[in-house]
Design a binder for this molecule. Sequence first.
Ligand SMILES: NC(=O)c1ccc[n+]([C@@H]2O[C@H](COP(=O)([O-])OP(=O)(O)OC[C@H]3O[C@@H](n4cnc5c(N)ncnc54)[C@H](OP(=O)(O)O)[C@@H]3O)[C@@H](O)[C@H]2O)c1
Length: 276
Amino acid sequence: MKNLNLLDGQVLPQIGFGTYKLNGSEGVHAIVNALNQGYRVLDTAYNYENEGTVGRAIEISHVSRDQIIITSKLPGRYQDYDAALTAIQESIYRLNVDYIDLYLIHWPNPKQGKYVEAWKALIDAQKAGLIKSIGVCNFTQEHIETLERETGVLPAVNQIELHPYFNQKEMIQFNKEKGIVTEAWSPLGRASTVINDENIATIAEKYNKTIPQIILRWHVQNGVVPIPKSTSISRQIQNKDVFDFALTDEDLEKIDNLTQPDGRLKGQDPDNYEEF
Ligand SMILES: NC(=O)c1ccc[n+]([C@@H]2O[C@H](COP(=O)([O-])OP(=O)(O)OC[C@H]3O[C@@H](n4cnc5c(N)ncnc54)[C@H](OP(=O)(O)O)[C@@H]3O)[C@@H](O)[C@H]2O)c1
């Protein structure tokens, strides 16, 4: 699998593994399987209430800690500077590790006006060695420009909602210009209608691949890191098996053209939507 370079010198494999809803012993089982299938980026969050599950899976897997890139996220309710630093430590304790590889602000919650304060806490936690890379989720161009203006430090990663029905072309381009890697959350549209799309089905037939594989390959060729979640070993294997073919420019464009202005799964526009 290809690696992408982050602006802070770290590297990120081009497909990660989402862990939302993977909790308890079943979650441990799914995550251990993902590690055994070669996934190395694990995406959790304080608010998924499964950092313990992820930590346990890492502990019982045969993959060494330094091969794994753990991502977690700061909840909106802890955006005050001191609260953010405590939350980061709590994430580390629950994961049962000494440091987190990538820590992201989960939502900007712009009406609260605290994401710059939270960002300063992430910068200091990185300096203290608690976190290797720092980034954001669901940040718009304006939010990122504010971080840069106020702190001079750009996020290494911006993780955003991104799938064929909401392709975020402008945001990807903006991130690219700033040297920020775009990660795609719900890269398969959370298995909604997009994974039965007729246009993508036609393309899938041509390459002898599944619709999810075509979608994930489209992400990869757009320079994006998708983080699909799956409980099933066969689907975990399928989702990683997208590096032995390439979509033509014409097919990439056909998928690009499926985007819809209101294509968000749940209308979570980060300018208005808040999560705590
Ligand atoms: N930063 C944020 O605000 C944010 C928001 C949402 C999500 N995320 C992260 O992004 C990750 C991925 O997003 P997501 O979990 O919402 O959705 P997703 O990965 O797009 O889709 C997951 C769904 O697709 C199914 N699936 C996976 N591979 C499949 C395949 N090859 N064929 C058919 N179905 C397949 C899964 O079912 P099975 O499990 O049964 O295979 C599951 O129902 C999350 O787990 C989380 O880590 C971040």
